[in-house]
Design a protein around this ligand. Structure first.
Ligand code: 4NP
Length: 152
């Protein structure tokens, strides 16, 4: 059965659309069949494309995010997806507050899938202005999660 994975951050214009684009590209390369989407915990950027500087950095690393549009996460995502990967602990607690009673969909820190001892949260480039580090971290977590799903 095809796995459905949702990536979540605050605005859905920097980290989670990057995770969606990177994961989709690397999964396709690996032969893993998977459906991916992304969403924000806020409604601040609903309908917007990924943030310009984020798109530019991603393009430079070979990932085209231009077709993506922001949406807000909802309780329905817990039934529509098999796994929800969040970018930081605040995203995790906001998502947990939306969980329908009895629902068991895992909500995991995406970087827990990266090998080694790096950070556990993806730093928000909207504030740090470093758009490269998130891509590197997201690539590492994507490779880890893809390898795990291929073993299943
Ligand atoms: P993201 O970054 O959660 O990685 O999409 C942000 C984008 C926009 C804002 C905050 C974080 N904002 O305050 O508008």
């Amino acid at each position: 059965m095809t796995q459905c994975i949702l990536f979540v951050c605050l605005g859905n214009i920097c980290r989670s659309p990057t995770a969606e684009g990177v994961f989709r590209a690397l999964a396709e390369e690996s032969g893993l069949e998977v459906e991916v989407d992304s969403a924000g915990t806020s409604d601040w950027h609903v309908g917007d494309p990924p943030y310009g500087p984020m798109q530019l950095a991603a393009k430079g690393r070979g990932y085209d995010l231009s077709a993506l549009r922001a949406r807000q996460a909802s309780a329905r995502d817990f039934t529509d997806f098999d796994l929800i990967c969040v970018m930081d602990e605040k995203n995790r607690s906001t998502m947990e507050a939306l969980r329908p009673a009895g629902n068991k969909t895992p909500v995991q820190l995406f970087l827990d899938h990266a090998e080694g001892t790096g950070p556990r949260e993806v730093p928000d480039p909207y504030y740090t202005r470093d758009f490269e580090t998130p891509i590197t971290l997201i690539e590492a977590a994507s490779r880890g999660l893809i390898a795990q799903l291929l073993r299943q």
